[in-house]
Design a binder for this molecule. Sequence first.
Ligand SMILES: Cc1cc2nc3c(=O)[nH]c(=O)nc-3n(C[C@H](O)[C@H](O)[C@H](O)COP(=O)(O)OP(=O)(O)OC[C@H]3O[C@@H](n4cnc5c(N)ncnc54)[C@H](O)[C@@H]3O)c2cc1C
Length: 151
Amino acid sequence: MHLNTEETDIIVRGCGPTGAMLAGYLGTMNVRCIVLEREGEIVTDPRGIALDEDGIRLVQGLGFSLGDHHDLTKGAVMVMDYGTSEGGTGHVGFICHKQPGLEKYLRKKLAETKAVDFRPQSTIVGISEDDDHVYVEYKDKNGEIRGRRRW
Ligand SMILES: Cc1cc2nc3c(=O)[nH]c(=O)nc-3n(C[C@H](O)[C@H](O)[C@H](O)COP(=O)(O)OP(=O)(O)OC[C@H]3O[C@@H](n4cnc5c(N)ncnc54)[C@H](O)[C@@H]3O)c2cc1C
C-alpha cells in the first residue's frame, strides 16, 4: 500500500554541496526532481574550505560568477602554494571558500528553478523497488509520506 504517493523523475538525498549541485544541473536540463534534506537550515559547521578548478568550473556552470559569493570577495585568510597558479582549464588551481556560503548560493539557484522541488526537514527512512518504480519513503515535519521515482 502506498499512501500519499507522488511521482517524479529523480529524488536527490541530501542538499549538501553535492546534492545541491546535482539538483541545480538537473534543473537547468528541466529534469523534474525532488531534493529531500534532513535539516531545516544549512549546516554551519566549517566543512568544505577549498574548491579545485573542477569545483570552480561546476559552480560557474550554474551561472555564478565568483563575485556572487561574498566570502570570495574578501581578502584571503590563508594562501596555499600548491606549486601552480593556473589549472589546466583556464581557471586558477584552487580557491578557498566557506561551505555555508556556497550552499546558500546553490540553494538560491534551486529556488529559481521550476523543475526542482526542495524540501527541507525531510529525512529519507527507506528505499524499495518493484519492476517499474523505486519508492522512497521519507518523514517530513508533519508525518510520513511516500515519494516515488519513475525509472
Ligand atoms: C572538518 C571538515 C573539513 C572538511 N574540509 C573539506 C575541504 O576543505 N574540501 C572539501 O572538498 N571537503 C571537505 N570536507 C568534506 C566536506 O564536508 C564534503 O566535501 C562536503 O560536505 C560533501 O558534500 P556532500 O553534499 O556530499 O555531503 P554533506 O555535506 O555531508 O551533505 C549531505 C546532506 O545530506 C543530508 N542527509 C543525510 N542523510 C539524510 C537522509 N536520510 N535524508 C535526507 N537528508 C539526509 C544531510 O543533512 C546533509 O545536508 C570537510 C569535512 C569536515 C568534517
